[in-house]
Design a protein around this ligand. Structure first.
Ligand code: EPZ
Length: 421
């Protein structure tokens, strides 16, 4: 396994280019199963999760051509198989997005349950409920979800759970509804930009969808879909992570290629903390203020403050004077990063799903352990400012969701190296 060795103290300066969205390209790659024709997906980041999705599509006997250097993936699923195995599915929660397209295409499929995740319980009851509403018989046995139907029939589907709407659940229902008979109305749909991007791709394939990106999506089912060529949206979480990196190091960074409209909540909170954030035609410029202000943050479904940026903000708040309060409403247990941050000298306490963070004057470098994708990013950010050397171990977690994070940070002046553990 590999680790990152970081020597803190260098303000980041320069320009960073944001790649395509992990959470957009994964469901879109699954959606290529909806047609027998070739699809071309562009602006795809070179991530472990993307390679896992390609392996799954190949397992399902799709023809996959992955040009990693240029971020282009060609997929053609002429006659896909209907079983997604545990050995591959367990690597990635987004594998659950295979359910909707396989059911719509084959009327009979089995997808392994995605399994546990350190950020908390990852149920799929809303996925099962939604697909059942469209006419599927859903059974869970031997660790697999088995979905079958004679035909899918459009109807009203409510996608709200006790934590709000579900992103991959909305994606699954959308991908099933596009080939259902009649009209489907998805209420309490996830409003994340990744859903709008998926819908954009499906419409290019011939689907009839209105309202995606909002809470109510209407789908007019069609008999079949054709191939399409689509470039995925920029990764708003990668962009947000670099915004925090610029702020926490007191640097001055130009972030190119991001979609500022997807980052309003992050920008709002950074500005509230006293960070300078400016936007000039497609570039977001972030410069860390001399000192920052403590914050109160609560994670919410989009367009609220994203849970995927919660850990990164905890790091910023750990060296911000005052007492910050961070409440996690999407994954109440998503605080694995706090114990590792305490090893670096952070003063953090956890009350149920709320972190109480007392800003300290400095963090001191130490070996820490990555536990999940965004917690790992938070520990890297901590290493950028900690005195001395920080080792972030098990960085395969980082590589699942960030393309060349260490290279991009080094390009901005960070002292960060990759090494074998
Ligand atoms: C997506 O996960 C993202 N992943 C997550 O990003 C992100 O944190 C999450 O949305 C919330 O924004 C992808 O898009 C691949 P959910 P998803 O279903 O769709 C509950 C990252 O770091 N729930 O929206 O799987 C669930 O327990 C990842 O990039 C049910 O109760 O998340 C959770 O509390 C991490 N029943 C909440 O909803 C269900 O059937 C959100 O889960 C489904 C979900």
């Amino acid at each position: 396994m590999e680790k990152l060795i970081i020597s803190g103290g260098s303000p980041l300066k320069g320009t960073v280019h944001i790649g395509g969205s992990k959470n957009s390209c994964l469901p879109i790659l699954a959606a290529t199963l909806l047609t027998r024709e070739k699809c071309v997906i562009r602006n795809v980041p070179d991530l472990a999760d993307v390679r896992t999705m390609c392996d799954l599509l190949k397992w399902l006997s799709a023809r996959v051509k992955h040009d990693r250097a240029n971020g282009v993936i060609e997929v053609q699923a002429e006659s896909p198989l209907g079983v997604a195995p545990y050995e591959l599915v367990r690597k990635m929660r987004a594998s659950v997005c295979l359910l909707g397209p396989l059911l719509a295409r084959l009327r009979n499929c089995k997808v392994s349950l995605p399994g546990g995740c350190v950020i908390g319980n990852r149920p799929i009851d809303q996925h099962v409920k939604g697909l059942s509403r469209l006419g599927a018989e859903m059974t869970i046995e031997n660790g697999y979800v088995h979905a079958r139907c004679n035909e899918l029939v459009g109807t009203d589907v409510f996608m709200g759970g006790r934590f709000g709407s579900t992103v991959t659940g909305t994606a699954n229902i959308l991908m099933a509804a596009v080939l259902a008979k009649g009209t489907t109305v998805i209420d309490c749909a996830a409003c994340e930009p990744e859903i709008a991007d998926l819908a954009h791709f499906l419409i290019k394939m011939g689907a009839k969808i209105t309202g995606a990106g909002g809470p109510t999506i209407e789908v007019e089912g069609v008999a079949e879909l054709h191939g399409a060529d689509h470039a995925v949206i920029p990764d708003r979480i990668e962009a947000g992570t670099f915004m925090v990196a610029a702020a926490i190091t007191g640097g001055d960074v130009e972030i190119k290629g991001a979609c500022a409209a997807h980052l309003s909540a992050v920008r709002d909170k950074l500005e509230e903390a006293g960070v300078n954030v400016t936007r000039t035609n497609g570039t977001i410029r972030v410069s860390g203020g001399a000192s920052h202000r403590a914050l109160e943050i609560t994670t919410m479904p989009y367009p609220g403050f994203p849970t995927d940026m919660q850990a990164q903000m905890c790091t910023l708040m750990s060296i911000t004077p005052g007492i910050s309060v961070v409440t996690e409403k999407i994954y109440p247990n998503r605080f694995m990063h706090l114990s590792e941050m305490a090893r670096l000298g952070a003063d953090v306490a956890l009350e149920s799903n709320t972190a109480i963070i007392k800003g300290v004057n400095y963090l001191s470098g130490a070996p820490v352990m990555a536990s999940d994708l965004r917690a790992s990013a938070a520990l890297v950010l901590a290493g950028l400012v900690a005195d001395g050397e920080t080792e972030v171990n098990r960085i395969y977690h980082v590589d699942r969701g960030y393309e060349k994070l260490d290279q991009k940070l080094r390009h901005l002046g960070a002292h960060i190296e990759r090494a074998d553990e």
